[in-house]
Design a protein. Structure first.
Length: 114
């Protein structure tokens, strides 16, 4: 299941029990994420907690989501990226620019939203 939490002008999307972000999971996420990016919020964060694998089609989608957000002057970032995913991001991120939010950024976001 996919969940969204609205905090002022920021949406945080969590993936529930999704451990592998593959084509099927991404198809479920696609409309939801694009709806949030195209909506009135200024920032969209995707929580990858528990996700240990992302396939190439999902990387392509995350890149596209980032481009759509950027063209709309919005922020799209992922966070809670596991060490396994960081390795994949490092390998792929030369061609695919997906912004990763740091723990400090997320802590600051949560502090300002309280």
């Amino acid at each position: 299941m996919i969940f969204s939490e609205l905090q002022n002008a920021t949406v945080i999307i969590t993936l529930g029990n999704i451990k592998r972000l593959n084509y099927l999971a991404t198809e479920k996420l696609k409309n939801h994420l694009l709806y949030q990016i195209e909506g009135p919020v200024k920032e969209v964060y995707l929580d990858l907690k528990g996700v240990s694998f992302i396939d190439s089609s999902s990387f392509d989608f995350l890149k596209k989501a980032g481009q759509i957000a950027s063209s709309a002057s919005k922020t799209f970032k992922v966070f809670n990226v596991s060490e396994e995913l960081k390795e994949l991001f490092d390998l792929v991120n030369k061609d695919v620019s997906i912004a990763i939010s740091t723990r400090e950024e997320m802590a600051n976001l949560q502090e300002t939203e309280v």
